[in-house]
Design a protein around this ligand. Structure first.
Ligand code: PEP
Ligand code: MN
Length: 360
């Protein structure tokens, strides 16, 4: 029985390590997963798992334990407060309100990008790498426009098994060239947990697509690695399910997660999809993680993308993910929603003007 995600124990400030380890082992012997967190004013134990057996023991009364704080949230790692507050501020809430900034790139000559509330990150590129040289040329153009992260798929989750599935390792080579020759960090989708090794060495950010948002095996593996993750919301997931998916990654030890709203399916919506801009406000209230919006998949048609990009920018999110193709008419995937380069340039100028207006 798993009653709650757990609680944290704030230990006495100068508690010797031997005594702390004794407390930790005792909790572990009861089946809890226990993480020691240092660096704050007090040492802290985060206790996860079946808390029923432990709570009957009342560890808050044990010698060496100063205080016990319940996780008020079903997803304590992604939520504001709780364990985060305890890290350096057991009595106050300053840390609890500090948003996470996800840093990526900065290696192998790529530029370093920080995704969070102090910046507004534009990620753009074609749905898929199609022709390696054209991909590098497009990346160069986008870089000149000020795009900070190049996004292109090499393994595409296609509805039809007969549709273009991506170039795989050839596509990965093209992304390597983008990093080396253009200097942009790259993001691509991971479909299979077996690809984690090669992909995590070659890209700066791993995308988990909408269809894999609840691939819990994949999420757990991503929690164990140290590559930043772009987690897209499944098109039928509630915000709670979205946050619980992120919790899988953070609870494994990887807190470099960027959330991406990409539109919900609805038979009533025009083009069958509605970009849930209201989710930005909801996510801001519930999580410290950065949030970006994808007006391309949330738009489904290129003519709708500039409108949605403008609205998304005004929502106060931390960035956008936009599909761009040098010739959308011949794109092998998602051509109907890709912006051509000129429309992208104009859209970006509008996005920047809105950002500026928000700052003024
Ligand atoms: C994509 O980003 O190209 C993609 C397939 O997106 P989603 O997983 O949101 O459908
Ligand atoms: Mn796409």
């Amino acid at each position: 029985m798993s009653a709650s995600p757990g609680f944290i124990l704030i230990l006495d400030r100068d508690l010797p390590a031997t005594q702390r380890n004794r407390i930790k082992r005792r909790l572990e012997s009861l089946g809890a997963t226990v993480q020691f967190v240092s660096g704050g004013t007090h040492p802290v134990l985060e206790v996860f798992g079946d808390t029923l057996a432990i709570s009957t023991l009342r560890p808050e009364t044990w010698s060496g334990v100063a205080r016990r704080v319940e996780f008020a949230s079903p997803h304590p790692h992604v939520a504001w407060g709780a364990g985060r507050a305890a890290l350096d501020d057991p009595t106050g809430a300053e840390t609890a309100r500090r948003p996470t900034v996800v840093a990526l790139g900065g290696e192998g000559g790529t530029r370093r990008v920080e995704v969070g509330p102090e910046s507004f990150t534009i990620m753009a590129g074609p749905c898929a790498v199609e022709e390696p040289e054209a991909t590098v040329a497009l990346a160069r153009t986008l870089s000149e426009f000020g795009v900070e992260v190049f996004r292109a798929g090499i393994d595409k989750p296609r509805t039809s098994p007969y549709a273009f599935q991506g170039l795989g390792s050839v596509g990965l080579e093209a992304l390597r060239s983008v990093r080396e020759e253009v200097g942009l960090p790259v993001v691509t989708e991971i479909l299979d947990v077996r690809h984690l090794g090669p992909l995590s060495e070659a890209v700066d950010l791993l995308q988990v697509g909408a269809r894999n948002m609840q691939n819990f095996t994949l999420l757990e593996e991503l929690g164990r690695c140290r590559v930043p993750v772009l987690l897209k919301r499944a098109y039928s997931a509630t915000v709670r399910e979205f946050l619980l998916a992120a919790e899988y990654i953070l609870s494994g030890g990887n807190d470099a997660v960027i959330l991406c709203e990409r539109g919900l399916r609805s038979a009533a919506a025009s083009e069958g999809v509605v970009l849930d801009i209201g989710a930005v406000a909801e996510l801001r209230r519930t999580t410290h993680l950065p949030v970006i919006l994808d007006p391309s998949h949330g738009g489904a048609k290129a003519y709708r993308v500039p409108t949605l990009a403008a609205a998304a920018t005004a929502s106060g999110c931390d960035g956008l993910l936009i599909e761009v193709h040098s010739d959308p008419e011949i794109a092998l995937s998602d051509g109907q929603q890709a912006l051509d380069v000129e429309t992208f340039r104009v859209t970006l100028a509008r996005v920047r003007a809105i950002r500026q207006a928000l700052r003024d």
